[in-house]
Design a protein around this ligand. Structure first.
Ligand SMILES: Cc1cc2nc3c(=O)[nH]c(=O)nc-3n(C[C@H](O)[C@H](O)[C@H](O)COP(=O)(O)OP(=O)(O)OC[C@H]3O[C@@H](n4cnc5c(N)ncnc54)[C@H](O)[C@@H]3O)c2cc1C
Length: 500
């Protein structure tokens, strides 16, 4: 049995941010995550470090939090944030009254804006719809949620925190009406670990109500699914938003070599049963095509979906729910933190840890807003071409990941699954979606003695199934042709057909 002061359930941005904050305030803790880091909404998000513009008219409080955190993260997380800038684009027919409110509210909230003529906007982003009426420039950025989680967890680990990934919390131990610990099952071995602590933080996002119910409590939330589509090219160097009230398919975010377009908002009951519907693909591609016309003819390489853990219990339209966050004291030793945004994860963690410090009778101030994330020195940062420096043996051509990067991830980070390498190095996240590099990475894992032949075949099978789920909604044209080539490599040459 393990003893600690605080258990955090969930290794998304919120959980990892809490772990870093606790570590910097000297509180011992364990973080328990059922998958890899960022395997919930954090890894399925748009990767937009909001300026707050998106919410400024409908939810100014959330917008204010966003702009404050945006400027903090640009300083402390430089290697996770690409300072692309963003444009809110007004197309013919879009409300001028909304545009006026947008500018007024941005000023009130403190979001810097510059109104650009169509020609100035087209100079910045040549692929924009040339019929645009105007664009408003804001400090939106692109952010890498995987790196962000890893770096937050790195500080925790470095300062003695316990981090258990691929461990699913199956039970909350309740004694005399109080939560005193958890039982978590390791994915690979099915071994159950018991961890005891006087305080448990439920940062399980869309799974938060399930966790709360294990202790006899509940958390009021509405689950809203959002889907995203990845294009084969980086069609814009700036974040592009539609200047209108938040709705489907109105944001395109550049992310390394590709672009992410989305999203949708569909109420769901179960965060584990998710698919991208064909209708969502149609909406996203047609709406993105209105902003950047070449989106309609560009190859799409993948679609995915994530679930927003929003605050209210009953609501038909997820978009009208505040993006603010809430901390719930269940008064039994468990605290739940829900709602919010990736952009505001640090603030959420700060507020949560302030409450915990009060519970523990400690008075150590938060330092996360001023200290840069540790471990960034090892990362190349933006742009992608920086990785070309000194690169020798490339394993992933799309994202320029070298054998050295893969070996480093395997050796020093305790990797068990090929997906974990992807999250840490971006291997397989580019146009071929791992088709040409995953078997190479698995080969390296095997050479280094991390997996046996049988295990590597099993891992490859799981990878192929997960990969196919992601690319299936985008299978037409050139993407379908490339998929047939990849299928022949895996099923024909590597004989995976008999294994699948
Ligand atoms: C489609 C979409 C697009 C978005 N785009 C943006 C954006 O561009 N910018 C932005 O700022 N925000 C965005 N958001 C919101 C943002 O992603 C979330 O608010 C944020 O990532 C939530 O982080 P979290 O850590 O609270 O939850 P999650 O990331 O969901 O983390 C919860 C974790 O708990 C784990 N867990 C669950 N049950 C258990 C268990 N029993 N045992 C152990 N672990 C468990 C899960 O595996 C998961 O990793 C988007 C959300 C969606 C869905």
């Amino acid at each position: 049995m393990i003893r600690t002061d605080v258990i955090i359930i969930g290794g998304g941005a919120t959980g990892c941010g809490i772990a870093r904050d606790l570590a910097l305030r000297g509180v011992h803790h364990y973080l328990v995550e059922k998958g890899d880091f960022a395997s919930g909404a954090t890894g399925a998000c748009h990767g937009l470090l909001h300026s707050g513009g998106r919410y400024v008219v409908t939810d100014p409080e959330a917008a204010k939090e966003c702009i404050t955190e945006n400027s903090i993260l640009r300083k402390i997380a430089q290697k996770c944030v690409e300072t692309t800038g963003g444009l809110f684009v007004r197309l013919p027919g879009d409300s001028k009254r909304f545009r006026d409110s947008f500018l007024t509210r941005c000023e009130e909230v403190g979001i810097g804006t510059e109104v650009l003529s169509p020609s100035k906007a087209l100079d910045l982003v040549p692929g924009l719809n040339p019929t645009l009426e105007e664009a408003i420039q804001v400090p939106d950025c692109s952010i890498d949620p995987f790196r962000l989680c890893m770096l937050n967890a790195y500080t925790s680990r470095r300062r003695g925190g316990g981090i258990l990934i691929h461990h699913e919390v199956k039970e909350i131990i309740v004694e005399k009406g109080r939560c005193v610990g958890i039982k978590a099952r390791e994915r690979l071995t099915a071994q159950v670990k018991e961890i005891r602590a006087p305080i448990i933080i439920n940062a399980a996002g869309a799974w938060g109500d399930r966790i709360a119910r294990m202790s006899g409590s509940q958390v009021p939330m509405t689950l809203s699914k959002g889907s995203l589509v990845i294009s084969n090219h980086r069609l814009t160097n700036m974040v592009i938003n539609r200047l209108r009230p938040p709705s489907d398919g109105d944001i395109i975010v550049p992310n390394e070599a590709v672009c992410l377009a989305g999203t949708t908002s569909v109420p769901v009951e179960d965060p584990d049963v998710l698919d991208v519907d064909a209708s969502e693909m149609d909406i996203i591609t047609s709406q993105a095509g209105q902003l950047i016309p070449s989106f309609g003819s560009t190859r799409l390489i993948r679609a995915y979906t994530g679930v927003r853990p929003l605050l209210e219990a009953t609501c038909k339209d997820g978009r009208s729910i505040s993006r603010g966050f809430r901390i719930i004291d269940h008064e039994n030793g468990m605290f739940s933190i829900l709602g919010g945004k990736l952009t505001t994860y640090r603030l959420m963690a700060e507020k949560m840890v302030d409450v915990i410090m009060g519970q523990l009778g400690l008075n150590v101030p938060c330092k996360t807003a001023s200290l840069p994330l540790e471990g960034q020195e090892e990362l190349s940062g933006y742009p992608l071409s920086k990785r070309l420096k000194g690169i020798d043996d490339i394993v992933c051509e799309c994202e320029l990941v070298s054998r050295r990067d893969v070996e480093h991830a395997i050796n020093s980070l305790g990797i068990q699954y090929v997906g974990d390498i992807q999250h840490r190095t971006r291997l397989g996240m580019g146009p071929c979606q791992g088709g040409f590099c995953t078997y190479r990475a698995l080969g390296i894992m095997q050479e280094l003695g991390r997996v046996s032949t049988e295990e590597s075949l099993e891992i490859l099978k799981l990878f192929l199934q997960r990969r196919f789920k992601g690319i299936k909604p985008a299978l037409w044209g050139d993407q379908l042709r490339e998929e047939q080539l990849i299928e022949s490599i895996y099923l024909g040459i590597l004989n995976m057909e008999s294994k699948a």
